[in-house]
Design a protein around this ligand. Structure first.
Ligand code: SF4
Length: 682
């Protein structure tokens, strides 16, 4: 450990805060890294409590096969043998990986290479599908590439920040701290677009509590307003975009009454946006987690493109990702519809990646996305699945279907650092993985900054990195030479070379500057430069961005007589995912010690319920028991539950059990915020 501690990165949200970890007499001190460009020393409650979560008690200590502890050689040989048997009998697509935005880029790269280059299947999907797949699809439609144009400094440079479907205060708290400070320093105007009143509204000049699902109508209305007000940047539009006429035609047909907002509030938002050259629109899960999520993303991008508010200081659309490495995962192809280095499944890319890898059996078309993947497991089409660092038995919609699918799947391999998760209970082969503090690799945060996660702890038990487990299995399958990396630095170097391979400026992701760099000394750096697209050059075939004509569509299921309320789901400030780590910290549980059903007092009275009472929430798929919290933060008719708890922590508390598996037709991202439910006394 160097003097001054180990510089590493927070394992939680996509802000990607830098940390300095130093030993203390009774443990570790975790502080914000003053030199990291994401946080400049700041931390939120979760980052501050990281040292509380290092206890080894909950860890998976050694590999197991069918309930027996075995050594790594036995476990990986057994995993390889079972995967080989399934593929020989049923073909490559009978195998799948299900990965996680918690994995390091190097782990993701190794899994993608094994599946897509050597086993011949693109069935490699990830919990990031639940997080930002609609943004990926929207970016690719508009820019020809999955590129985030902006950087965090733009929060401080903007004069207006629009938070669209983003509870930045709880989900990216350090970014919220930066925005709050900018507002104090120079009066940044803030507009919140969210059906709920969240803590973001504490600093908002305007809160637009729009009807759930009406985002496209609002943004189309803004595009039409900008055109009517003479604010379209026609020199930019004519030189650098296509599709404006069609997008405007669709926008003019928009009915902003669908939003349920007061016309005066809509007019105020439109006037502020139109009158402010420096606007940043932050968008997140409230936009993405929808059966029309990709259209919502493009509705936002349309306005920024038409007004040339993109890629400039303090000015542009800005997706913030939920997880620490959702960006790094998608960069190395951690989605079933992408190859590594942001390439797709066009023939030229398949050939290029195949040549680079000297692939044994290259996948040639897209694989199954998360929801359809687990349906395929349930249908017996996927017969072997390797799940790494995620808990789909809790976190996916149709959770009971997922559980049924895992229970009958012939081969379930789970790599995790935690011994007992809901998903681990279905595993035939358990592989102990490094936890945070032991991991050694890289992550990419929401503004394309690649940072190192560095180890400061010795691995617990026989835990190994995920890439080592993949490499060992690949070796047993006969692919050893292609996976013979000596360390994570070698994987990153190979990945960097792939990004540059036959690139010539044709693809957004090019890590040429990283090739041959000092991996251990790497400092946080944005790939692609501080901002992208300022020159008006995009990564489509003709170099022009696309405005996409979009029309508002309602959620796939609407409340009705039998299911009169609409369920929204999301995060709490101090918990993370399914609580396998944050659940270890008593101080984090102090914020919300149990799941609460937030509901408007009008509905409480109408349903003859009592504030504070336990209630059963029912959808057509399942049920959930929670304590009722009456709050005007919710619109009448809308209720909210957190995503974190499981039956293991509370009586009946898997929110995925309530959610249907409706997905966006372009991105495959599930609709997690619009499920009709009813409530009964418990
Ligand atoms: Fe970690 Fe996100 Fe908090 Fe930063 S804002 S300390 S990355 S959880």
């Amino acid at each position: 450990m160097a003097d001054g501690g180990v510089r590493t990165t927070c394992p939680y949200c996509g802000t990607g805060c830098g940390l300095v970890v130093t030993p203390e007499a009774d443990g570790w001190k975790v502080a914000g890294d003053p030199q990291h460009p994401a946080n400049f020393g700041r931390l939120c409650s979760k980052g501050t409590a990281l040292a509380d979560t290092l206890a080894p008690d909950s860890r998976l200590l050694r590999p197991e096969v069918d309930g027996r502890a075995v050594d790594w050689t036995h476990a990986t040989a057994e995993a390889a043998g079972r995967i080989r048997s399934v593929i020989e009998l049923h073909g490559p697509d009978s195998f799948a990986f299900y990965l996680s935005g918690q994995l390091l880029t190097e782990d993701y790269y190794a899994a993608n290479k094994l599946a897509k280059g050597f086993l011949g299947t693109a069935n490699v999907d990830t919990n990031s599908r639940l997080c930002m797949a609609s943004t990926v699809a929207g970016h690719r439609r508009a820019f020809g590439s999955d590129s985030v144009p902006q950087c965090y400094d733009d929060l401080e440079l903007a004069d207006l920040v629009v938070l669209a479907g983003s509870n930045l205060a709880w989900c990216h708290p350090v970014l919220f701290q930066r925005l709050k400070k900018a507002r104090e320093d120079h009066g940044t105007r803030v507009v919140v677009i969210d059906p709920r009143r969240t803590d973001c509204c504490d600093i908002a000049d305007l809160h637009l509590a729009l009807a759930p699902g009406s985002d496209v109508a609002l943004w189309n209305g803004l595009l039409a307003h900008c055109e009517a007000a003479g604010l379209i940047d026609f020199p930019f539009v004519d030189a650098h975009t296509e599709g404006f006429t069609e997008a405007l035609s669709a926008a003019r047909a928009a009915d902003t009454c669908q939003t349920g907002l007061a016309p005066a509030d809509i007019a105020t938002f439109f006037q502020w946006f139109a009158a402010t050259p420096k606007v940043v629109t932050i968008f997140s899960q409230g936009v993405n987690q929808s059966a029309s999520g990709t259209d919502k993303v493009n509705a936002i991008l349309n306005v920024h493109l038409a007004t040339a508010r993109i890629g400039k200081p303090g000015c542009g659309p800005f997706s913030v990702t939920g997880q620490p490495n959702a960006m790094g995962g998608r960069e190395v192809g951690g989605l079933a519809n992408q190859l590594a280095a942001h390439m797709g499944f066009d023939q030229a890319s398949v050939d290029r990646v195949g040549r680079f890898w000297n692939a044994a059996r290259m996948a040639s078309s897209e694989g199954l996305k998360a929801v359809e993947l687990f349906r395929a497991v349930d249908a017996g089409k996927v017969k072997a699945i390797w799940i790494m660092g995620t808990n789909p038995a809790v976190s996916l919609p149709e959770a009971d279907l997922v559980r049924r699918a895992l229970a009958k799947c012939p081969v379930v391999i789970v790599s995790d650092c935690v011994a007992d998760t809901d998903t681990m209970r279905f595993a035939h082969i358990k592989l102990p993985a490094h936890g945070w503090g032991e991991k050694n690799g890289t992550v990419t945060n929401s503004d394309r900054t690649i940072s190192r996660q560095r180890p400061f702890l010795s691995p617990v038990g026989e835990a190994r990195s995920d890439w080592q487990a993949i490499s060992a299995v690949a070796g047993h399958l006969g692919f050893g030479s292609a996976f013979a990396w000596k360390d994570s630095a070698a994987i990153f170097a190979e990945y960097a070379r792939l990004t540059a391979f036959e690139n010539g400026g044709s693809r957004d992701l090019d890590l040429t500057d990283w090739i041959g760099g000092d991996y251990d000394a790497m400092v946080p750096t944005q790939w692609g430069g501080k901002r992208m697209f300022a020159d008006g050059r995009f990564f489509t075939a003709d170099g022009k961005a696309r405005l996409v004509a979009v029309t508002a569509r309602p959620p796939r299921e609407m409340p009705n007589v039998d299911w009169p309320l609409r369920l929204n789901t999301g995060r709490y400030r101090d918990q993370w995912h399914t609580m396998t780590r944050t659940g270890l910290s008593a101080r984090l549980s102090g914020h919300r010690s149990e799941p609460l059903l937030d509901i408007n007092p009008i509905d409480v009275g109408r349903l003859n319920l009592l504030d504070g009472a336990l209630v059963r929430v029912k959808s057509r798929l399942g049920d959930y028991v929670a304590r009722l919290r009456a709050t005007t933060d919710q619109r009448p008719g809308d209720v909210f539950l957190p995503m974190h708890w499981t039956d293991r922590f509370a009586a009946r508390a898997i929110v995925g059990r309530l959610l249907a598996g409706h997905v966006d037709p372009v991105s495959g991202q599930p609709e997690s915020k619009h499920m009709p439910v009813k409530i009964e006394p418990f």
